[in-house]
Design a protein around this ligand. Structure first.
Ligand SMILES: NC(=O)c1ccc[n+]([C@@H]2O[C@H](COP(=O)([O-])OP(=O)(O)OC[C@H]3O[C@@H](n4cnc5c(N)ncnc54)[C@H](O)[C@@H]3O)[C@@H](O)[C@H]2O)c1
Length: 372
């Protein structure tokens, strides 16, 4: 397969992560052509030029449409704030580009559906940035579930917590603006939902409570502005499979830095995972002498692919950015027509529907069907 030309729109936290992944994917895996970093778009020319030099892109523009119009660009990474995803993704698909769009898909269900329709019309690959499913530890967790290591699954608990909004002095930014979505639901809940969808299938019904720890946040230019999103959400779930579950998300949880905790309970054991310790699984199997039963730690290593592509020694640990490198490799495989492990728009729309059902459940105060 020929080398892909890459466009990147946005160069913040996730933009840099995508750029690092595009730079690292060929040397890490050794079986694909090195992508060409062609064109980077930012809010203005000077930021774009500075970032293009730092991240290794040949061309820079202060207008994202120039990235999409570039004939040498085959794939566009969209890493801008949520409110821009729909317009940029649809324009890129209509220009005949594959896309790798950060989560959430969009800020409304209608926009997410329009994105899915655009992807179907274009026939191009439309992947979402659900990097956590790429962790070799999660791959092994899935294998354990499939081989029946903990029996029949009956309950799941999901949590995602960070503390970047925990200080009331954090200024009002795009994450407190309703145009970015509901808050912790589409910023955070979508991530554990991507894991849940991959491991145990879709959610059927939900009931939700949400909270705002701060009614207002200071403005950089002085004064304050009312917070329009909810940093905390608590959701009861019922999966389509019948399994019961709970999802708790909080962007204002002091001390939690990157927690995505899964607890999966079965008829013969349990499995625990926490993203803050992303190279470990805890497995409890209710077998053998009772006096010797307990959780045991499985440390990921070369027996958990594709860990071996990064490091030949077990137990040394992958990091967050490595998950994006794996995701980039899956995307390249998918574009080349090979089987790939990705959340594409066809599956991602289910995560969007679930989040919007959660928001409706908060408004109505009762159980809501996710629908299809
Ligand atoms: N997959 C993950 O683990 C993960 C983690 C964090 C954020 N995200 C997602 O990534 C997206 C970006 O979040 P972030 O934290 O990187 O934000 P950020 O604020 O750090 O970066 C956003 C970037 O987009 C640029 N930008 C804004 N408007 C633009 C426009 N019109 N044209 C070109 N560039 C523009 C900004 O200048 C900035 O560089 C969000 O959708 C977020 O949900 C995903």
């Amino acid at each position: 397969m020929k080398s892909l030309g890459i466009g990147l729109i946005g160069t913040g936290y996730m933009g840099k992560c995508h750029a690092l992944a595009w730079n690292a994917v060929a040397p890490t895996f050794g079986d694909i052509a090195r992508p060409r970093l062609v064109h980077l778009g930012e809010v203005n020319e000077s930021v774009a030029r500075k970032k293009a030099e730092e991240l290794g892109f040949a061309r820079a523009s202060g207008d994202w449409r120039a990235v999409i119009a570039d004939p040498e660009v085959d794939v566009v990474s969209i890493t801008t704030p949520n409110e821009f995803h729909a317009e940029m993704a649809i324009a890129a698909l209509e220009a005949g580009k594959h896309i790798w769009c950060e989560k959430p898909m969009a800020t409304s269900e209608a926009d997410a559906r329009a994105m899915l329709e655009a992807a179907r019309r274009s026939g191009k690959v439309a992947a979402l940035g659900y990097n956590y499913i790429q962790n070799p530890a999660i791959g092994h967790l899935k294998a354990l579930l499939e081989e029946g290591a903990i029996g029949a699954i009956n309950h799941v608990r999901l949590e995602m917590d960070e503390d970047f909004m925990a200080d009331g002095a954090v200024p009002f930014g795009w994450k407190s603006d309703r145009r970015s979505g509901y808050g912790a639901l589409d910023d955070f809940a979508v991530h554990p939902l991507s894991l849940l969808t991959t491991l145990l299938g879709p959610v059927a019904r939900v009931v939700t409570d949400m909270a705002k720890p701060f009614a207002e946040r200071p403005l950089a230019e002085g004064g304050s502005r009312a917070v329009e999103t909810h940093d905390i959400a608590n959701v009861l779930l019922r999966l389509a499979s019948g399994v019961s579950g709970i999802l708790l998300v909080n962007r204002s949880a002091w001390g939690r830095k990157g927690r995505i905790a899964l607890q999966i309970f079965g008829s013969e054991g349990s499995i625990l995972y926490d993203q803050e310790r992303m190279n470990e699984l805890q497995l409890y199997q209710a077998r053998g002498p009772v006096a010797e039963q307990g959780f045991r730690t499985i440390l990921t290593g070369t027996a958990h692919p594709p860990y071996d592509r990064f490091i030949p020694a077990p137990g040394h640990g992958l990091g967050f950015n490595d998950l994006k490198v794996i995701e980039a490799r899956e995307l390249i495989r998918r574009i080349g027509g090979e089987p790939a492990h990705l959340v594409e728009f066809e599956t991602g729309i289910g995560i969007e529907r679930t989040v919007h059902a959660m928001a409706r459940a908060f408004e109505t105060g009762g159980w809501v069907d996710v629908g299809s």
